[in-house]
Design a protein around this ligand. Structure first.
Ligand code: SF4
Ligand code: SF4
Length: 119
């Protein structure tokens, strides 16, 4: 793994799950921020990212090729499920689900992040 963001060569969580969230996160709601044009209505309470509700899944906001190089075109406006699926836990341990997903496309497992010691 490089010392950069490990998600940039992965993207598997963007092509494996239905990315659904409370409708109020979409930007047609007063405090929303997710571009509503990139979403679909699921029910009266929830929307999902377009492309993530049917198999094969691929969130419409994903750019690039999973397993090679990817980016989220709405990174600063991504919905809660994306924000709550980190590559590493707060203690620096890798997210085990990430390593399962990465293994599916032959990417190396994530390693723990060692906290920086204060000088
Ligand atoms: S599956 Fe994990 S490592 Fe891969 S892009 Fe998603 S959060 Fe990052
Ligand atoms: S919004 Fe961005 S981070 Fe979330 S699934 Fe789509 S491409 Fe991935």
């Amino acid at each position: 793994m490089s010392d950069g963001n490990p998600c940039l060569d992965c993207g598997m969580c963007c092509v494996q799950f239905r990315v659904s969230f409370y409708w109020g996160e979409a930007d047609d709601a007063p405090d929303g921020f997710v571009p509503v044009a990139l979403t679909e209505k699921l029910d009266p309470y929830r929307r999902c990212m377009t492309g993530s509700n049917t198999v094969p899944r691929r969130c419409v906001a994903l750019e690039g090729q999973p397993g090679e190089q990817v980016s989220c075109t709405i990174y600063d406006r991504r919905p809660t499920p994306c924000r709550e699926f980190p590559s590493h836990e707060a203690d620096g341990a890798p997210n085990p689900k990430c390593n399962e997903l990465r293994a599916q496309i032959g990417l190396p497992a994530l390693t723990p992040i060692v906290p920086v010691q204060a000088a």
